[in-house]
Design a protein. Structure first.
Length: 172
């Protein structure tokens, strides 16, 4: 699905968001999509920045599609902040699968508009963020695959015999 359609559906559910929050929500939707289907919903090549997953794709898309997005620049504590909102005239392509992903993220992640600190912490706790170095590519698919494989291995090894052996080693 086109990035702008994903952005429009997110803004429909959340209302106006700063670029920081909208970028992170698109990232979370990509993570949830990979968890469910093995594929990202967008074609974004995510990078791990100082403040979490970062790309210019989101603001660039909003700027390019001014007929559907309203971008307001405001002075913030650390420089200029970009508020992105959906214009009333914007047309939405209803995508049940995408909306389900957005709902899943909205139900699990703190609201970035009301609890930005917890939202930021939630982002940092995602598997791709935990396993990548700052400045490097966030390979969501590889990180989620590794998490599944570790979970499967742990499930296989969760036996009485394994636990006894592990406890023995821990004691000696």
């Amino acid at each position: 699905m086109e990035l702008k359609e994903v952005m429009k559906l997110i803004l429909k559910k959340y209302g106006g968001l700063y670029n920081f929050a909208l970028t992170k929500l698109v990232y979370l939707i990509d993570v949830e999509s990979v968890r469910r289907t093995g594929e990202q919903i967008t074609n974004i090549n995510w990078r791990k920045g100082v403040y979490g997953p970062f790309v210019h794709d989101i603001i660039n898309c909003a700027e390019k599609n001014r007929d559907e997005f309203e971008v307001t620049y405001k002075e913030g504590f650390n420089g200029e902040k970009k508020l992105i909102d959906l214009k009333a005239s914007a047309t939405l392509k209803l995508e049940t699968d995408i909306e389900a992903l957005i709902d899943e993220v909205k139900n699990n992640a703190p609201n970035p508009n009301s609890d930005s600190s917890s939202f930021r912490d939630y982002i940092y706790e995602t598997i791709p963020m935990k396993v990548c170095w700052s400045g490097s590519e966030l390979n969501i698919k590889a990180a989620m695959k590794a998490e599944r494989e570790v979970d499967e291995l742990c499930f296989e090894l969760d036996t009485q015999e394994w636990n006894e052996a592990f406890n023995y080693l821990a004691e000696h």
